[in-house]
Design a protein around this ligand. Structure first.
Ligand SMILES: NC(=O)C1=CN([C@@H]2O[C@H](COP(=O)(O)OP(=O)(O)OC[C@H]3O[C@@H](n4cnc5c(N)ncnc54)[C@H](OP(=O)(O)O)[C@@H]3O)[C@@H](O)[C@H]2O)C=CC1
Ligand SMILES: CC(=O)C(=O)O
Ligand SMILES: [Mg+2]
Length: 619
């Protein structure tokens, strides 16, 4: 039944496009015909989706019933100079002779025709010639604004080299200097000035079929603090990873910065600051503004729009997540995405250090979003695996904040998210003393403060652990609790180390150690794809555990031999497909998926959803 519906749907699409006979539409017709010509059965087609840029009921015409009103959209075709200026369609020197004639671009380009591969080689060569990392960032942003497919091809093919540019650490510097590097809008800026008109502002964004929003209010950008409106670099960077690492179509991604002011006086005094020049709105004014935003997003894009909260300060992050998790498809990357990646890393580390999760003792420096988020997911996983109440499994997890060890005598003055971690213990002020008192097997840095894992701290960890697990998660590199070199040297080459921002391999005593990157970038692209492709309406904690399991399963013997607890980013698209499939499977199991019927092979389905950056041929 479904097979013939899908088949009819395709026939109908063909009919519409043929009778209109417009160039841009003929392109879609060809895609459809070649799909059918590949000899795949109609049943195979059910395992494919339009999420990745193929077939979508973009204008709602196909899903509308006969008595519903639809907007009579017309498609205008970009040609000539406009085509060269349109980043979605521009191919630069890769336009063929035929395309140059058909689209009125002859003479607007020099005569040479390059392949996409040669263009890629040229851009990489140019990028590598810049010594200043920020210049590479600006060059990448320029490319994204000029030729989107080439940008994503570069990012996908050179992920380990370019991730540190478009993402941490360089994106951190870009945010600090965003006023200087800002060129063209890459997302929506919604400020307090737009209060009461947020829906109207959303409608100004040119793309209509948005599937994922990454939103920040800029108050805790990486470990760099309040960068106000200049935090925009983060949603832009995260969403470029949604496409490059997770295969979500770029046109379905919308970066948003909510500008509610900043308490960063340096920015307020900076003549190039791009945001509102006022102190942050707090309390009712802030939450009313956020509520208007959340309602407007749902009204404009529907129930299944995924909203990723990013780099909010913890005093709003926990509250927003708690408030909207039951009414919207939301997840907080810093609390939940980080937890998923770290749980996967710790589970893989067990292969190297032995024991089960329940056998280990965890100590965190930093009891905020990342710290308590990770702690809670580890406690939940142990609880599920050992059938022990989570109140019990929390007892082997300890946290240190800026005032020292989180203990029961402090409970009255602790923020609510720290309270479950206030165990009975005498007060301990310093991390080193806490390490000596608790004797953790796993030490995790989520403080946002660099250089806090001192020589003494690492040596103490190495004194009672054969293989201490040390995760310095704070970003960017300047805020990392220690460097890879410090971890390996001070532990005499015994540490199992990973960090939030990348470090180069380290040679110690004639052996090369390859540090892993423990970053939520492993998770949110695949998790998001899994939610989108299954039409999931709410995020459930079991989906987080499913994502974590999928990531841990991707670590190979070869990786372990190098001391790695994460697979390399070079296989991230495959990893994302596995994560997406596991997440979607859980969603179907929980009855939270609306894309029905459930595709039989979820991995194949995830792969078929993924955006490809290869140029299309224009007729
Ligand atoms: N690798 C990854 O994937 C991710 C990394 N991160 C990084 O983690 C860091 C923290 O983020 P997040 O948890 O959201 O931030 P929060 O602000 O929510 O938490 C920071 C925590 O660190 C504590 N802290 C601050 N200074 C010190 C200090 N000198 N000694 C001990 N504790 C201290 C704070 O204590 P108090 O509560 O007393 O103020 C707070 O508990 C950032 O650098 C961020 O980039 C975040 C998400 C993902
Ligand atoms: C990686 C990330 O989300 C952070 O540092 O905030
Ligand atoms: Mg973040």
């Amino acid at each position: 039944m479904m097979s013939s519906n899908r088949f009819n749907f395709m026939r109908r699409v063909l009919g519409v496009f043929q009778c209109r006979g417009r160039g841009g539409e003929r392109e879609i017709r060809v895609v459809m015909e070649s799909t059918l010509r590949n000899g795949e059965s109609v049943a195979d087609m059910e395992d494919k989706s339009g999420v990745g840029g193929g077939v979508l009921d973009a204008y709602g015409e196909d899903s509308a019933t006969e008595d519903q009103l639809v907007t009579p959209w017309t498609v205008t075709i970009a040609s000539g100079y406009t085509l060269l200026r349109d980043p979605h369609h521009n191919k630069g020197l890769a336009f063929s002779e035929k395309e140059r004639d058909a689209h009125y671009i002859r003479g607007l380009l020099p005569p040479s025709i390059l392949t996409q591969e040669l263009q890629e080689k040229k851009v990489m060569q140019n990028l590598r010639s810049y010594d200043v990392p920020l210049h590479r960032y600006v060059a990448m942003m320029d490319l994204q604004e000029r030729n989107e497919r080439l940008f994503f091809k570069l990012l996908i093919d050179n992920v380990e080299e370019l991730l540190p540019i478009v993402y941490t650490p360089v994106v951190g510097e870009a945010c600090q200097k965003y006023g200087n590097v800002f060129r063209r809008p890459q997302g929506l800026f919604i400020s307090l000035k737009e209060k009461g008109r947020i829906l109207e502002v959303l409608k100004n964004w040119p793309e209509k079929n948005i599937q994922v929003i990454v939103v920040t209010d800029g108050e805790r950008i990486l470990g760099l603090g309040d960068l106000g409106c200049q935090g925009m670099g983060i949603p832009v960077g995260k969403l470029s990873l949604y496409t490059a690492l997770g295969g979500v179509r770029p046109s379905a991604c919308l970066p948003i910065t909510l500008d509610v002011g900043t308490n960063n006086q340096k920015l307020l005094d900076n003549e190039f600051y791009i945001g509102l020049r006022q102190k942050r709105a707090r309390g009712q004014e802030y939450y009313d503004f956020l509520h208007e935003f959340m309602c407007a997003v749902k009204q404009n894009y529907g129930e299944k729009i995924l909203i990723q909260f990013e780099d909010f300060a913890n005093h709003s992050a926990f509250e927003l997540l708690a408030k909207y998790r039951t009414t919207h498809l939301v997840f907080n990357d810093d609390i939940q995405g980080t937890a998923v990646v770290v749980l996967a890393g710790v589970v893989s580390a067990l292969k190297l250090v032995g024991g089960t999760l329940a056998d280990h003792t965890f100590l965190f420096l930093g009891a905020g979003e990342a710290g308590t988020g990770i702690a809670e997911l580890i406690a939940l996983e142990i609880s599920k695996k050992t059938n022990t109440p989570v109140e019990e499994t929390r007892k082997k997890i300890w946290l240190v904040d800026s005032k020292g060890l989180v203990v029961s005598s402090r409970v009255e003055s602790l923020q609510h998210f720290k309270q479950p971690w206030a165990h009975d213990h005498e007060p301990v002020k310093e991390l080193l003393d806490a390490v000596k008192a608790i004797k953790p097997t796993v030490l995790i840095g989520t403080s946002g403060v660099g250089k806090t894992f001192t020589k003494e701290v690492i040596e103490a960890m190495a004194s009672f652990n054969k293989k201490p697990v040390i995760l310095a998660l704070s970003n960017p590199t300047s805020q990392s609790e220690c460097t890879a070199e410090e971890a390996y040297t001070w532990s005499e080459g015994r540490a199992i180390f990973a960090s939030g921002s990348p470090f180069d391999p380290v040679e110690y005593n004639g052996k090369v150690f390859v540090p892993g990157q423990s970053n939520n970038a492993y998770i949110f692209p695949g998790l998001g794809l899994g939610l989108i492709m299954s039409g999931t309406i709410r995020v459930h904690e079991d989906m987080l555990l499913a994502a974590s399991e999928a990531l841990a399963a991707q670590v190979t013997e070869e990786n372990y031999e190098k001391g790695l607890i994460f697979p390399p980013f070079t296989s991230i698209r495959n990893i994302s497909a596995q994560i997406a499939a596991n997440v979607a499977a859980k969603s179907y199991e929980l009855g939270l998926a609306t894309h029905l019927p459930r595709p039989r092979n979820l991995i194949k389905f995830a792969e078929s959803c993924m955006y490809s950056p290869i140029y299309r041929n224009y007729l």
